[in-house]
Design a protein around this ligand. Structure first.
Ligand code: ATM
Length: 240
């Protein structure tokens, strides 16, 4: 394994990247400091995430949003967490569809590792190309789900400090009792009423402090999609 420090000329040496060569693959790991600076000065695209309880319609709404923004001429890509990478696939098998729930600490660490890969392999390259990136779940899912599992939110923030905050985070709010009914035939280890209630409580803390923008998910699919699009277009109008 060889390690080298490379200054990125394009960003006036602001972003230093540690390149770790391991076998044939190369991982690009901006450190936390450079990620913060990169977010401030170097980034060309915009990063949005969509959050919510399982069964709130988040995946459908994220896809609709990507399609509608493309129609309006935006250069958009949709991504998701857990990611399609190896850690993401491992999480799906080991944490979500195992016989019982693993420890929240293990979940938090695995999701943070998956997130960092997602950020460096999918999000940053797309933002560097000036794209609008829409992620179905991001760091607020760890705060909500692993926080609801009893972990200190500050610790979850700390292990996720290498993943930059999104520019806009949307929370699709649906009552826990309603999502549980929707989910009946395909429950994972986290999909029970008590867990979903606790998860919503944590999400609502971030709505209250203004980090998440709440959209009422109890309306029809089309109405929710219209509301989300309105929030995003308003944000983009201000950002440009
Ligand atoms: P989706 O249902 O959106 O694919 O998410 C998969 C699960 O992963 C979801 N709960 N269930 N069941 C939430 C969970 N999850 C976490 O617990 N922490 C995280 O950081 C992320 C990204 C997802």
């Amino acid at each position: 394994m060889s390690v080298s420090l490379v200054a990125d000329q394009n960003r006036e040496n602001v972003v230093k990247r540690v390149l770790i060569k391991f076998n044939t693959s190369i991982l690009i790991m901006p450190n936390a400091q450079s990620l913060k600076r990169w977010k401030k000065w170097g980034k060309k695209g915009i990063f949005i995430c969509v959050e919510g309880l399982d069964g709130c319609g988040k995946t459908t709404q994220t896809k609709l949003l990507v399609r509608r923004l493309r129609k309006k001429g935006y250069n958009v890509i949709g991504t998701a967490e857990p990611s399609r990478g190896e850690i993401g696939n491992f999480i799906k098998k080991y944490c979500l569809h195992g016989m019982k729930r693993v420890s929240s600490v293990v979940e938090a660490l695995l999701f943070a590792a998956d997130r960092f890969e997602h950020v460096e392999k999918e999000v940053i390259p797309a933002l560097d190309e000036g794209k609008l990136v829409i992620s179905d779940r991001y760091v607020y899912s760890s705060l909500a789900y692993q926080g609801a599992g009893g972990l200190d939110l500050k610790w979850i923030e700390r292990i996720n400090e290498h993943a930059m905050r999104p520019d806009l985070a949307i929370f699709i709010d649906v009552e826990p009792s309603i999502v549980i009914q929707r989910l009946k035939p395909r429950k994972s280890v986290m999909e029970n009423l008590e867990t979903q209630r606790k998860v919503r409580e944590v999400y609502m803390k971030f709505v209250e402090n203004g980090e998440l923008v709440k959209v009422n998910g109890n309306k029809s699919k089309g109405e929710v999609a219209d509301d989300i699009l309105r929030v995003v277009l308003r944000f983009l109008a201000k950002a440009n």
